[in-house]
Design a protein around this ligand. Structure first.
Ligand code: SF4
Ligand SMILES: [Zn+2]
Length: 462
C-alpha cells in the first residue's frame, strides 16, 4: 500500500492500488486534536499503577526498562488487578536483570504460579540472562533491539521502547485496535493481516512525539476504561468528536463505500451502533482433551505420604512445570451404542488399562488403583479434563521423584494441577474421615480394638 503525501494538513492521504475510501486515517489536524484531547484526559484520569510510577520517576534507564518489560509481559494475558501484586513481589525479589539472571527456573515458575501462560516467566528470565551475558547489563532501548529479547513481540517492544525510553513508536494491543477501529470506522475483520498492518501504521503516525509513552498508555487506558468492548461510555469519551463509529446512522451507512475493503459495509448493522466495531474474525474452536493423572503414593520414613511427580518438557503447554504423574494416552472412549452406565464403566475400565500398562512399562508394583474424579480447566484453545486416579506403590521406586503434596505445591506447578491436588486432598480427607468413622464405630463396638490414635502411631513408625 502506497500513501500519497497530503498537500493540505486537513486533507487525508489517498490510498493507491487498493479499493480504499481514504477515510480510515487521521489528517494532521485530527492527529493534533487527538493527541491533545487524549493527553489532557489521561493526565486527569490515569490509574496509579506501580510500573507507571517507576517509569516516571526511576532515573536508571536499565531499571526503568526492566520494570516496564516485567509489567508488559505480565499484562500480556492477565488483568491489571491481578498483575499488581505479582509485579510488586517480583520487583522486590528481582529488582533488575542482574538479580533475575541469577534465579533458577524453578524459582521463576514458583513466582509465576497462578498467573498462567508460564512460558512468559521463563522467557523473561531468559531475556534477563541475554541482557546480562550479551549486552553487559544494558537494556535495549529501541523497538528493533527489544524485539531480539525472547518472548518480546512487536507490541511489547513498542510499549517498552515508548514508555521507558521515549521512543516515538505507537502500540497496537486489543484496546488500541478497538479504539482505532471505532474512531476510523474500520469494519473489516481484525484477524486480516492487512487490517492489522494498517492499525500499526496508524498508531505510529498518530503517536505524540513529545510524550509517546503517555500517549500510548492513554490510548490503551481509553480502551480499557471508556471505549470498552460491550459498554463504551461515548458520552464521557474525550475524543467523541472525531469518532466515526459514533457518527454512524442510517444516512451515513448509505454513504459508506461498498468497494472499500476496510469499511466492511456488508456486515454493518444499524442497531449495533458503535459495537459494529471492531469486527472479529472467525473464532478458532477450542478442542476437548482428557489427561489421565495418577496420584501414585508411598509413605515416607516419617509416615507422611509422598507422591510421584515429574517435570513437563521444556517446550509446549505448561513447559517445565511440575505435575503429578500424567499418563500418555487418553483412555479409549466408549462405543456409541452403549448406555450411559455402560459407557462410564467401559471408560473407567479402559483408562485403568492405560494406567496399568504405563506402570508396567515403568516396572512399578502398585495396588489400589481407583478413580477419584475429574477436574476441568480451560486453556486458551483447549478444554482440558483431568481425570484423577490414585494408587499405592508397593515399595519405593528409585526411578521416580517423590515428594509430599505441600512440597509439590510450592515447587512451581500450574493452576490446573493445583485444582487436581485440591480434588485429591478432598477425596483423601473424605476417605480418611470415613475410615476414622468406621474405626471409631469398630472401637466402640469392641473395646479390645486398638484406639484410633495407636493405629495412626503404628502407621507412622512403619
Ligand atoms: S465515542 Fe464511543 S466508540 Fe467512539 S472512541 Fe469514544 S467511547 Fe469509543
Ligand atoms: Zn473505507
Amino acid at each position: 500500500m502506497v500513501l500519497k503525501k497530503s498537500k493540505k494538513e486537513n486533507e487525508k492521504p489517498k490510498v493507491e492500488n487498493e479499493p480504499d475510501c481514504g477515510r480510515h486515517v487521521f489528517s494532521a489536524k485530527e492527529t493534533r486534536e487527538l493527541q491533545s484531547q487524549l493527553l489532557v484526559w489521561y493526565d486527569k484520569n490515569a490509574r496509579t499503577l506501580p510500573w507507571r510510577d517507576i517509569a516516571r520517576t526511576e532515573v536508571d534507564p536499565n531499571t526503568r526498562g526492566y520494570s516496564v518489560l516485567v509489567s508488559e509481559i505480565m499484562l500480556q494475558q492477565t488483568q491489571v488487578a491481578t498483575v499488581i501484586d505479582y509485579f510488586n513481589k517480583w520487583i522486590k525479589k528481582w529488582p533488575g536483570t542482574k538479580e533475575l539472571s541469577k534465579a533458577t527456573l524453578e524459582q521463576i515458575n514458583q513466582a509465576w504460579s497462578g498467573l498462567g501462560y508460564y512460558s512468559r516467566g521463563r522467557r523473561l528470565w531468559e531475556g534477563a540472562r541475554y541482557v546480562e551475558e550479551t549486552l553487559d547489563g544494558s537494556m535495549p532501548q529501541t523497538r528493533v533491539e527489544l524485539l531480539k529479547l525472547p518472548g518480546v513481540g512487536k507490541y511489547t517492544a513498542s510499549a517498552v521502547a515508548s514508555i521507558a525510553f521515549g521512543a516515538q513508536v505507537g502500540v497496537v494491543d486489543g484496546n488500541v485496535l478497538r479504539v482505532l477501529s471505532r474512531l476510523r470506522g474500520i469494519g473489516a475483520p481484525i484477524d486480516n493481516q492487512k487490517v492489522v498492518d494498517h492499525m500499526w501504521k496508524l498508531a505510529d503516525d498518530i503517536v505524540d512525539k513529545e510524550r509517546p509513552g503517555d500517549f500510548n498508555q492513554a490510548m490503551m487506558e481509553l480502551g480499557a476504561t471508556v471505549c470498552t468492548p460491550k459498554a463504551p461510555s461515548c458520552v464521557t469519551c474525550p475524543v467523541k468528536s472525531m469518532c466515526a463509529a459514533r457518527a454512524l446512522n442510517a444516512a451515513s451507512i448509505v454513504d459508506i463505500e461498498d468497494t472499500c475493503v476496510k469499511c466492511g459495509k456488508s456486515e454493518l448493522k444499524m442497531e449495533e451502533g458503535v459495537l459494529n466495531y471492531p469486527r472479529k474474525g472467525k473464532k478458532t474452536a477450542s478442542r476437548d482433551e482428557r489427561t489421565l493423572v495418577l496420584a501414585l503414593s508411598h509413605p515416607n520414613s516419617s509416615g507422611d505420604l509422598v507422591y510421584a511427580v515429574q517435570q513437563r518438557p521444556a517446550s509446549g503447554l505448561l513447559a517445565n512445570l511440575w505435575e503429578l504423574l500424567t499418563v500418555p494416552g487418553e483412555g479409549k472412549q466408549a462405543a456409541d451404542d452403549q448406555d450411559e452406565a455402560g459407557k462410564q464403566q467401559k471408560e473407567v475400565k479402559d483408562e485403568k488399562e492405560v494406567i496399568s500398562t504405563h506402570l508396567e512399562t515403568l516396572k512399578v508394583a502398585y495396588s489400589q488403583l481407583a478413580k477419584k474424579g475429574e477436574v476441568n480447566h480451560v486453556f486458551s484453545h483447549i478444554n482440558m479434563t483431568y481425570v484423577l486416579y490414585t494408587a499405592t506403590m508397593d515399595k519405593k521406586y528409585e526411578g521416580l521423584e517423590l515428594m509430599t503434596l505441600d512440597n509439590f505445591l510450592v515447587k512451581g506447578t500450574s493452576t490446573a494441577m493445583k485444582k487436581v491436588v485440591k480434588l485429591l486432598q478432598s477425596s483423601s480427607s473424605d476417605s480418611c474421615s470415613m475410615k476414622r468413622k468406621s474405626l471409631t464405630a469398630a472401637t466402640a463396638a469392641d473395646p479390645k480394638q486398638r484406639s484410633i490414635n495407636s493405629f495412626f502411631k503404628s502407621v507412622k513408625k512403619e
